[in-house]
Design a protein around this ligand. Structure first.
Ligand code: NAP
Length: 481
């Protein structure tokens, strides 16, 4: 049996090469005949001076093979270069990150016996992880949370299709739509619109913080959870801890063209090269890869072999303690020796091909019936107190079609009738609207306003206040009428 498929393999940083080597040895031992094309990304590439962390020959290889098995990549935290992981996911529009976890034999946790078997389907390219950040003032940072209707449709449909392919029974949509009504709310609305197309799958919504609470309290109630990027990042680390930790959590990044399979965990640099880490997450990621390649028999064989190995009590240092755990290389050999074993009492999901949504690559324009520009939010950098700034701005727009409706500071109204409890920072959102509630302004009015402001003030950011089909396309400040 041989597929002669070529897969791009990225060993990655820290413990990555050890994990990848274990996965390759095991997959090769099944006889599927994959040709591994080694390419690089991450720390070693940053060190070569390639700022993206993903060189051209890696991109070229992935464009050709369309399937990647990758080790974790280290990313400088809080400064410097972008994450090469995020770059890879975004460059190839792998918009869905599938993160399954399940109770494993021999891996005892406080949840053992509940039969946890759930999957987090995380949107993978939008949200705060679009990484669009600015210092609006020297003292105030901003990160844009971008959520598109197109992106929500893709992830919701993929979640339902994935659930069907795995024979799963229910999907929870987890959002923070009670607070972020437009961004997180878009996922909820899209989910509720699409769910009736999948009557065979029970669907429900849960607020993300309660989802975290419920996952710790009663995790067995969940089957599939679809959620936005950052929520998914956080709860999928949580779900991995329910079944033994990050060493057991695999993932697939799926898009309409490219699929990247990797562990949920990072490069855990302190364990690099010590032959002590747990390669199971990457091995189970390779099981997901084998299913993607249509190698269902090999996938089933490897998954059973992992379960058998764990059931026989072979465990690595993350479970037993690093001084007594089985070395990574021995654990890998034990899995290979167990290829062909079958484990009773543990369901292995064979899976079926996933009908991955094929979105239109062209811009999708959402055309409203009506649109009205009613005003603008201008963000000013100013050390003035709002009680001083407010009257100055009111005077500035006297005799123009615009009036100052309010000033907010970090989302809370501070003028007029400001609350003295609010700590003021040097970035003020000044909301200007048409004096006539029924009228519309045009862009020229905003340009004139900015020109007038520039004389004595420093504006740092501008937003439009628009209504679509009579509905406001902006939210009120906390405390705004
Ligand atoms: P991490 O590498 O996932 O490690 C956190 C802890 O998880 C480890 O100290 C270890 O805990 C445990 N762990 C993770 N993988 C393990 C394995 N295979 N076997 C045994 N234990 C394992 O997270 P981090 O320290 O926050 O991140 C390190 C670097 O990885 C950062 O540069 C980060 O940006 C990057 N990262 C990359 C990816 C990716 O490539 N997809 C994902 C996440 C993070 P104990 O010490 O308690 O045993």
């Amino acid at each position: 049996m041989s597929t002669h498929r070529t897969v791009t393999v990225i060993p990655g940083d820290g413990i990555g090469p050890e994990c990848v080597q274990a996965a390759i040895e095991i997959v090769d031992a099944t006889g599927v005949g994959i040709h591994w094309e080694e390419r690089h990304a991450g720390e070693r590439v940053f060190r070569q001076g390639i700022a993206s962390g993903v060189p051209k020959d890696t991109i070229e290889s992935i464009n050709r093979t369309r399937v990647v098995l990758k080790g974790p990549l280290g990313t400088p935290v809080g400064y410097g270069e972008k994450s090469a992981n995020v770059t890879l996911r975004k460059l190839f529009e792998t918009y869905a990150n599938i993160r399954p976890v399940r109770e494993l034999p021999g891996v005892t946790t406080r949840y053992s016996g509940l039969g946890i078997d759930l999957v987090v389907v995380r949107e993978n390219v939008e949200d705060l992880y679009a990484g669009i950040e600015h210092m609006q003032t020297p003292g105030v940072a901003q990160c844009l949370k971008l959520i598109s209707r197109k992106g929500c449709e893709k992830i919701v449909r993929l979640a339902f299709e994935y659930a069907r392919s795995e024979g799963r029974r229910s999907i929870a949509c987890a959002t923070k739509s009670n607070i972020m009504k437009f961004t997180e709310g878009e996922l909820k609305r899209t989910f509720e619109r699409i769910a009736p197309e999948y009557p065979d799958i029970e669907s429900w919504h849960v607020i993300i913080d309660n989802c975290a609470h419920q996952l710790v309290k009663k995790p067995e109630q969940f089957d599939v959870i679809v959620t936005t990027n950052m929520n998914g990042d956080i709860i999928s680390d949580l779900t991995s801890a329910l079944v033994g930790g990050l060493g057991f959590a695999p993932s697939a990044n799926l898009g309409s063209d490219v699929a990247i399979f990797e562990a949920v965990h990072g490069s855990a640099p302190k364990y690099a090269g010590r032959n002590v880490i747990n390669p199971t997450a990457l091995v189970l990621s390779s099981v997901m890869m084998l299913k993607h390649l249509g190698e269902y028999d090999a996938a089933e064989t490897v998954e059973h072999a992992v379960l058998a190995t764990l059931q026989q009590g072979y465990l690595t240092g993350d479970v037993l303690g690093y001084d007594v755990g089985m070395p990574t290389s021995e654990y890998t050999k034990a899995i290979i020796a167990n290829l062909g074993e079958r484990v009773g009492g543990y369901k292995v999901r064979r899976g079926k091909p996933i009908a991955i949504p094929q979105p239109d690559r062209n811009p999708v324009t959402v055309v409203p019936g009506t649109r009205r520009l009613i005003g603008t939010d201008v963000f000013l950098e100013s050390g003035q107190h709002p009680s001083t700034l407010g009257p100055i701005l009111e005077q500035l727009v006297e005799g123009t079609p615009l009036r100052l409706k309010m000033i907010s500071n970090r989302g809370t109204k501070v003028y007029p009738d400001g609350n003295s409890n609010i700590d003021i920072v040097d970035q003020h959102r000044c909301r200007f609207v048409h004096r006539d509630d029924q009228a519309a302004i045009d862009h020229a009015a905003i340009r004139h306003l900015l020109a007038a402001l520039e004389t004595d003030h420093r504006w740092v950011h501008v937003e439009l206040l628009q209504e679509f089909d009579g509905e406001p396309g902006y939210t009120k400040a906390q405390g705004e009428d």
